[in-house]
Design a protein around this ligand. Structure first.
Ligand code: PGA
Ligand code: ZN
Length: 398
């Protein structure tokens, strides 16, 4: 494809922080993409922005790099999405995008995939599948219903998650929206201090403890089962946020746990509440504890801050990989990690960030690579992507 125009602007993410939006013109059509930010970001993620004293300066610098170093190059010649990504990686020249920033690169990478899709006259998810050799297919939305930790709120566990099994994405999205609204009703009854507050990802904030929350979600599970659905309950412990270098400090619960005690506790929670999904139960370098837990529970144990979407960090013996493209900086690097995860027999969960944007592309990416789950929240700005799953669902059902 020939790129005839390129421009960048600074827009806002869901945390009211600046981020980059890129537009590329192909055959008279402007393909637009913007990039998210994390809050409980893993320490091994690529650098999101070029070095600067604060986020405003960093994003302004990213815009200048795009205008002065990236756009003049990509306005020449003929490009495949993969070649755009290779050029971005070469231009930066470091493994962790410390010069130009992973988000600077990713905005171009996604816009190029959308431009390619326009040129080929196919939907974005199909363009992802064609460009990188995946079989696209329906994903199961995995939604954050109750939360806290670094996302704001009382609970030590960052996210309490719910999914239903099925193949019709529109039906799964609507079913979960009912369950999310039901959860609010149950919280109103159980928590005298409940005021309807939400975390950064629009999960409900409650003063109830872990046990009480999981009991509420078990009631939700029963309700869904009565409707004929098989339910997956999960947690994202985001344990790197609890780890003080020696112990896991559960502030709200007023408990400190050694690694051994943490393993024991998570195992008990998993058994007692029949959890099907456990993300980041240990800090981001403790591969061994992830493996020990995986060997002793039915749930899939998933690495987010542990793997940071880096194909070289994936290890056998851990059941699932979380995939966040801005942990790596380009779609090319991200799809390599998805492929490696599949080689290792892992469950693949494509995930949003707490600082999301109004770009629906993540829904297409999840479907395009044929992921198992799409972790994209339940309400607020998250509905941009859920509604896109509903639209894609119609195309897949055709
Ligand atoms: P984030 O975390 O705040 O870094 O996006 C979400 C998660 O841990 O899954
Ligand atoms: Zn996580």
């Amino acid at each position: 494809m020939k790129i005839n125009g390129a421009r960048a602007r600074i827009v806002l993410n869901a945390k009211a922080a600046p981020t980059i939006e890129v537009e590329l013109n192909v055959s008279g059509h402007w393909a637009r993409a913007s990039v998210p930010a994390g809050t409980s970001a893993g320490k091994h993620e690529v650098k999101p922005w070029p070095p600067a004293d604060n986020i405003d300066l960093a994003v302004s610098k990213a815009k200048r790099i795009l205008e002065n170093e990236v756009f003049p190059e990509i306005l020449q010649g003929d490009w495949e999405p993969r070649e755009v990504d290779e050029f971005l990686e070469q231009l930066d020249g470091t493994p962790d995008f410390r010069k130009i920033g992973g988000n600077t690169a990713l905005a171009v990478s996604i816009a190029a995939m959308k431009a390619f899709s326009w040129d080929a006259g196919i939907p974005w998810y199909q363009a992802v599948a064609n460009a990188y050799g995946f079989k696209s297919g329906p994903v199961k939305p995995l939604e954050n219903f109750i939360g806290g930790g670094a996302h704001g709120g009382h609970t030590d566990i960052q996210e309490f998650l719910v999914a239903v099994k099925g193949t019709n994405m529109a039906e799964m999205v609507h079913t979960l929206s009912w369950a999310y609204r039901q959860t609010k009703e149950l919280l109103k009854r159980a928590d005298p201090h409940f005021v309807g507050a939400l975390t950064l990802e629009s999960a409900f904030v409650t003063e109830l403890g872990t046990e009480d929350i999981l009991n509420i979600l078990s009631a939700i599970r029963t309700g869904l089962e009565e409707l004929g659905y098989e339910v997956v309950l999960g947690v994202d412990v985001a344990a790197a946020e609890l780890w003080d270098g020696k112990r896991y400090v559960w502030k709200s619960e007023g408990v400190e746990r050694t690694t051994e005690e943490q393993l024991q506790y998570i195992r008990e929670l998993a058994t007692e509440h029949k959890l099907g999904y456990i993300e980041d139960p240990f800090h981001d370098d403790d591969f061994e504890s992830f493996k020990r837990l995986q060997a002793s529970v039915d749930a899939v144990v998933v690495g987010d801050d542990l793997f940071v979407t880096d194909e070289h960090r994936l290890q056998e013996g851990i059941g699932g990989a979380l995939i966040k493209y801005n942990q790596r900086g380009t779609l090319l690097r991200t799809v390599r990690t998805v492929k490696r995860a599949r080689e290792l027999g892992m469950t693949v969960t494509v995930s949003h960030r707490s600082g999301e944007t109004d770009d629906p592309f993540l829904a297409h990416f999840a479907v395009g690579v044929g992921a198992d789950f799409a972790k994209i929240g339940a309400a607020g700005i998250r509905t941009v992507k859920l509604n896109e799953l509903i639209r894609i669902s119609e195309e897949l059902e055709r």
